[in-house]
Each structure stands twice: as structure tokens, then as C-alpha cells.
Design a protein around this ligand. Sequence first.
Ligand code: NAD
Length: 307
Amino acid sequence: MKVAIIGTGSVGAAVATAIKNTGLVHEIVLFDRDGIRSRAAAMDLGHAAAFSFDVKITAANTYREIRGSEIVVIAAGANQKPGQTRTDLLSANAAVISDIIPRVMANVDPKRVKIIVVTNPLDVMVMLAQKLSKLPVSRVIGTGTMLDSARLRTILARNLDVSPMSINAYVLGEHGDSSVVNWESATVGAIPLNDFCRTMKLPLPATTRKTIEHRVRNAAYEIIQGRGATWDGIGAAVADLLRCIINDEKRILTVSTCAPKTNLSMSLPSIVGSDGVVHVLTPRLSSAEGAALRASARIIRKNYNNI
Ligand code: NAD
């Protein structure tokens, strides 16, 4: 399996490392408009490969070199500076996606390729990439709220003293400030969250839930404040998504894809396999969560119309 990564800044390099460490790909090709940066990343990562899986890692000078890639990850574009929202990146990154997608499509097999979008504002970039690529919606997949859901599960795990792997809890809607925590369908193992909290005498009152929601939505801002950018979490999320696709695992992930009826991308629990997103599920929502999800969808639509 050959994978191309377009954009090899903080995120693209972390994605490359995480993908290499899955051991599932034999070749990774890195492209960045800053060729010096992608060549340096390919060298550094190529040396790391000598300690683990023997993956061929190259830097491409032209898009021709991504030929044969079955998965293309788009991690190029402006990132948030301290104080900026993801929406602030809209016009700069719409231009980046508009530059990249036609060049990618001229060099991949449209019958097979899957595009994974990481660039923010994520949901709008997925819609734009799908429109420009003309690929089926199932094969243009945004990492969506995979990372937000991971943040939620990790925080809950610490509160409930149970592994994040045993917590099924989703963040839905926009990968952004209007994301929605879906408490209503959260379970620990197969036990509804509320029942688990009652049985274990670990109360999770409304005030604690609000604090958790804030921590989830604010996580990127906090990391950017302290570290300049976020990369490890998203690197792991992309590698997990790639593993799910390559192994045809049919796991449920909160990825962002264009819904054919509404022509809007946002994150919902979706079954992901080798054909990409094979089914989008509708989780149980409280009335407040349903209203928040509709508001989130309106924000994504408005941002898309503003491009
Ligand atoms: P960065 O500035 O470190 O790297 C961006 C890279 O993109 C640079 O190397 C730049 O040269 C390259 N680039 C820009 N325009 C290009 C073009 N037209 N063609 C090829 N390469 C181009 O930024 P970063 O921290 O790596 O972030 C990249 C993107 O990922 C940002 O939009 C950021 O907001 C997003 N991000 C998304 C998530 C998520 O959960 N979806 C998480 C973290 C970051």
C-alpha cells in the first residue's frame, strides 16, 4: 500500500510517523510546496524507519510521484495561531484545497483512491475536496471529530477510572467550536453512562458535564497556546482511520463525510471499511443535543457559502 501525504508541516510529519508505525504501508510519499521541508522530513523519518518497519519514505518534487497511492492525506494549509479559531482559516485554506485537489486527481486512480482531509476548517474543506475531486462521498473522508471524541473518552476515563477503550462516547457535528457532546448515547462497556455512574457511585452532574464539554472544545486552544500547534493526537487519529480502511475493519468512527441528501459534511458515527464510509448512523440524541447539532450544521453551511 502506497500512501501520499500532502503538506508536511507539524501535522503531516506526525501523520507520516504514525502511519509508518502501523506497519501497514510499504511506501509513504511526502509532498509539500516547501520542498526543502518535505525532503528533510523524508530523510528524518526514513532514518527512523531503520529502527522499525522497513517503509520506503520519499519526498516528491512533483505530483507525478504520488502515482499509485491508494490513500492521499491532505494536511496542508494554514494552522491556528494563538487566539485564532478554525473558521479564521477558511479563505486561506479553501485556496490551498483548490490548488491541491485537481493536482492530486490528475495523478491517482479515481476508481480506487480515498482522500483523508485533515486541513481546517475541517468540514468545509471536506465538502470542497469532494466537490472538486468528484469522488463518491464515501471516499472523501474528514478526520472530523475523531480527535474530539478521543479527548472526551480520555477525560471521562479519568473521571470514571476505567479505560478509554471501554468508553463509547461521541462528539458530533462540526470539528470546531459548535461541536456537540452526545451524552444521550454514551455507554461504558454496554452500560448506559448514567446507569454506570449510579452503580459505581461516581456522579456526573450537569456542572461536571459542562466542564468536560468545555475542556474538549478548548483542548486545541490550550495545546496551541503551550506548544504552537497540535500534532500527536491528530497523527494517531489519522493512523487509526487508515488502519480501519486498510484492514476493512468496519469500526464506528466519528468521521466527517458529505451527506448526499443535504450535501453537508459533519461528523456522525459512521461505519468505515475498505470502501471508505459505508454507512452513516443516527445516534440517539436528547432534544437539546438535536437542536445543537442542527445549529452546528447551519454554521458549517454558512461557512461553506462564505468561501
Ligand atoms: P504547518 O504550518 O506546520 O504546515 C502546513 C504545511 O502545508 C506547510 O509545510 C506548508 O508549506 C504546506 N502547504 C501550504 N499550502 C500548500 C499547498 N498549496 N500545497 C502543498 N503544501 C502546502 O501547519 P500544521 O500545524 O501542520 O497544520 C496543518 C493543517 O492541519 C491546518 O489547517 C491545521 O488547522 C490542521 N489541523 C487539523 C486537525 C484536525 O483534527 N482535523 C488537527 C490539527 C491541525
